[in-house]
Ligand binder design. Structure first.
Ligand SMILES: Nc1ncnc2c1ncn2[C@@H]1O[C@H](COP(=O)(O)OP(=O)(O)O)[C@@H](O)[C@H]1O
Ligand SMILES: O=C(O)C1=C[C@@H](OP(=O)(O)O)[C@@H](O)[C@H](O)C1
Ligand SMILES: [Mg+2]
Length: 160
């Protein structure tokens, strides 16, 4: 959360001249409700199922850049959908995460104690990001444009 997937995904798509989608935005549009409301009312398990369906639909329909939510990798079905694809893992350290996301209510999983919650989430998820990623790009000391360029370089994609 806050590593820049949505921001950088859009920039990357622009530079590639390719379409861009974001599974969180797709879920909000399809459900007509905010992510935080879906978490509160139906719980995380239900959200992960919606997310898996959103990833599957986007990958089937869409030949461009797809930004995922930070917890998408928790679902084995979602990980299977990502297998063999050019996935970039955007990393950052905890202090940068707190600066970028802070106490924003938009991200329910970081809403109470962001520093501790971010560390716990990363301890549970780090190995899954590494498992699905083809490349890892550190975002701490880079602008979003520089992150997009680093992804292009790491994946050896052409900037058009
Ligand atoms: N490389 C960066 N440097 C500084 N701020 C960034 C960077 N990437 C994203 N941000 C900011 O961090 C916040 C979260 O970015 P976002 O793209 O929504 O992340 P994600 O989709 O990974 O949760 C936004 O306010 C965004 O402008
Ligand atoms: O890490 C997570 O579990 C989540 C990350 C969010 O997306 P971003 O990573 O784009 O903030 C969003 O999908 C939801 O709040 C849950
Ligand atoms: Mg996002």
């Amino acid at each position: 959360m806050g590593s820049g997937k949505s921001t950088v995904g859009a920039l990357l798509a622009e530079r590639l001249g390719a379409p861009y989608r974001d599974t969180d935005a797709d879920i909000v549009a399809a459900q007509g409700r905010e992510i935080s409301d879906i978490f509160l009312d139906e719980g995380e398990e239900h959200f992960r199922a919606l997310e898996r369906a959103a990833v599957a639909a986007a990958l089937a329909e869409h030949p461009g850049v797809l930004a995922l939510g930070g917890g998408a990798v928790l679902d084995p079905g979602t990980r299977a959908l990502l297998a063999g694809r050019p996935v970039a893992y955007l990393s950052m350290d905890v202090e940068e995460a707190v600066r970028r996301v802070g106490l924003g209510a938009a991200r329910p999983l970081l809403a109470v104690n962001p520093r501790r919650q971010w560390r716990e989430l990363m301890d549970a998820r780090r190995h899954l990001y590494t498992e699905v990623a083809r490349v890892v790009v550190a975002t701490d000391e880079r602008t979003p444009d520089e992150v997009a360029q680093a992804i292009l370089d790491a994946l050896e994609l052409k900037d058009v």
